[in-house]
Design a protein around this ligand. Structure first.
Ligand code: FES
Length: 250
């Protein structure tokens, strides 16, 4: 990788811990790369997966989230949610080829200026190794990720985390946190694949083979997903090329 590449990184810093930690690093004159652009949030739990994707889509090479240590969240459980969501985003980034390492999470308290500086230096090096994100080559997966993270199914699951794992349903049945994260991960992968198919159809009528070529999905998976999106009224049969059916997005 070229030595000339200097990553541009968006960093979300929790007001109550990491932001003060970054401040301490500054007044203590701890050295760290100038790669980050800081956005202060009241809690790392306020960082929506869509904010992370938007950072990457809008020109940053990676997004870092810094929050209070587990157990120290000012709002009690905000950072528990952050941890699960970040893992889901990292899994999706890996699946899409964007790169898992482009989303990072670290816990840094207000007293850990040195840890903040070290974390920024270490993570910037990871992104430097990855190189710049080729947004043109990644435009299909980036659009599919945006559709995935905005999908009703995922928004519902993200919004219901506390209810499902802490409060329970009308029968007081609660989901184990591990099972919830499993369901979230499965939903994310399912929605991403569906979004890939639908985003491929934006280029006009496409056969299953055309979609396979641009999306990299196996043909049998595409056939199954096309059935699902047709049932949902999001695509339909358009024409035939020889005996190959072509589909369009509605
Ligand atoms: Fe810092 Fe919640 S207040 S992570």
């Amino acid at each position: 990788m070229s030595d000339a590449f200097e990553p541009r990184i968006l960093a979300f810093l929790c007001n109550w811990c990491s932001y003060a930690g970054a401040d301490l690093a500054g007044v203590s004159r701890f050295q760290y790369p100038t790669s980050i652009r800081v956005l202060r949030t009241m809690c790392s739990g306020r960082v929506d997966p869509l904010h992370i994707l938007e950072g990457v889509r809008s020109g940053f090479d990676a997004v870092f989230v810094f929050g209070c240590h587990i157990g120290d969240c000012h709002y009690l459980e905000g950072n528990f949610h952050t941890a699960g969501r970040l893992e889901m985003v990292r899994d999706l980034f890996a699946l899409s080829g964007i790169g898992r390492e482009r989303a990072q999470l670290r816990w840094v308290s207000a007293a850990e200026g040195q840890l903040f500086a070290n974390s920024v230096a270490e993570l910037t090096e990871v992104v430097r190794e990855l190189g710049p994100l080729d947004r043109e080559a990644s435009s299909l997966p980036l659009s599919a990720l945006a559709a995935t993270l905005a999908s009703q199914r995922l928004r519902w699951l993200l919004g219901m985390e506390h209810q499902l794992t802490e409060v329970g349903n009308v029968y007081n049945e609660k989901l184990d946190k591990g099972r919830y994260l499993e369901l979230l991960g499965e939903a994310a992968v399912g929605e991403y694949r569906k979004a890939l198919v639908l985003e491929s159809l934006r280029q006009g009528p496409q056969s299953v083979r055309d979609i396979a070529e641009v999306s990299g999905l196996p043909i049998h998976t595409i056939s199954m997903l096309l059935g699902e999106v047709q049932k949902a009224g999001k695509a339909e049969l358009h024409s035939y090329e020889g005996c190959a059916p072509k589909f369009i997005r509605l």
